[in-house]
Design a protein around this ligand. Structure first.
Ligand SMILES: NC(=O)c1ccc[n+]([C@@H]2O[C@H](COP(=O)([O-])OP(=O)(O)OC[C@H]3O[C@@H](n4cnc5c(N)ncnc54)[C@H](OP(=O)(O)O)[C@@H]3O)[C@@H](O)[C@H]2O)c1
Length: 283
């Protein structure tokens, strides 16, 4: 790869940007070897880092076919082009279109458990079922360390699906939902212990659906195998940001997962990021 970082002045940047765009064209190739246009990219990207998945490539296949001998965690986040998940007033419905929603329900139908933080339950009161696609609804898991879960929230309804509330202290849960009490580390529930507790209960494939705080903690703890980032072509410009992870000291330490790009119906783009690729991380 011959690309050099842009020079520190504007003239140099413009020239380097042109070189970068043409150089990067050869690195953004679909699986049949056809180049994708990538105008405006200024950073060098390793070879074969991003591939355009063909129409025949099912983004749910890696979830469904995950190694049955170990837990598998997929996180999903729907966001705007500028990485927002809500306006400044908290309005978040709807940033993404029907393609992303169908995909989310397909993800739910492909896993054993869907997990959300209590912040999402308070904000959205989600049902966490698969009403948009055929299949079975997964078990529902709520991270509620301090007992903030609202009474009567829809995710705890009794509909025959297993429900779990993960707490730092025993507080009790309604009906036949199950409470899991886990010790905290540095004031937080460790994502690894959450995954292990669910695996012990027969829940192997886990969808971490949101919100941003919960997903960020799972990725920071190296407890997510894949990230499905669903990007809608809308610019909100301010408001609630998506991922907010621990800072890296240098760009070289940033994750660059191998990523497959899928264009979904209804104008959403899915970046399917393999978080076990790209750089060596302690597990
Ligand atoms: N765009 C999307 O795809 C998407 C998906 C879902 C939700 N959302 C949006 O996201 C927003 C809510 O997200 P959020 O980031 O504010 O909240 P959240 O991630 O839903 O919940 C965060 C809370 O869950 C608990 N929690 C999560 N992980 C924990 C851990 N490892 N250890 C201990 N506690 C943990 C904590 O509860 P305590 O504070 O009680 O300790 C924490 O404050 C809403 O606006 C919702 O609409 C967007």
């Amino acid at each position: 790869m011959s690309f050099k970082a842009p020079a520190g002045n504007h003239g140099g940047q413009a020239a380097a940007a042109g070189r970068a765009a043409s150089s990067l064209d050869s690195h953004l190739a679909d699986e049949k070897g056809k180049s994708l246009p990538c105008p405006g990219l200024l950073a060098p990207v390793p070879d074969h880092h991003l591939v355009h998945a063909g129409d025949a490539c099912d983004p749910l296949a890696p979830v469904r076919n995950a190694d049955p001998s170990r837990p598998f965690v997929v996180a999903q986040l729907g966001q705007s082009l500028d990485g927002r998940i809500a306006t400044i007033s908290g309005e978040s419905r709807w940033i993404n279109g029907r393609g992303a929603l169908d995909h989310l329900h397909g993800l739910r139908a492909s896993v054993d458990a869907v997990l959300v933080g209590v912040g999402t339950v308070i904000a959205d009161d989600p049902q966490l079922d698969v009403r948009r696609v055929p299949g079975s609804s997964p078990a529902r898991v709520i991270l509620d360390p301090r007992g903030r879960l609202p009474r009567g929230c829809r995710c705890l309804r009794e509909d025959g699906v297993r429900r779990f509330v993960i707490r730092a202290d025993a507080r009790g849960v309604p009906g036949d939902a199950e409470e899991i009490v886990l010790g905290q580390e540095d004031g937080e529930l460790s994502p690894a212990s959450i995954v292990a507790a669910l695996f012990d209960r027969g829940l192997r494939r886990i969808l971490v659906e949101g919100g941003a705080a919960t997903i960020s903690r799972f990725i920071d703890a190296n407890c997510a195998d894949r990230l499905h980032l669903l990007v809608a072509p809308v610019i909100i410009g301010s408001g609630k940001a998506g991922l907010a992870m621990k800072p890296v000291a240098a760009l070289a330490q940033a994750r660059r997962p191998f990523t497959r790009l899928h264009v979904l119906g209804g104008s959403d783009v899915l970046f399917d990021c393999d978080l076990r690729s790209g750089r060596e991380v302690p597990v």
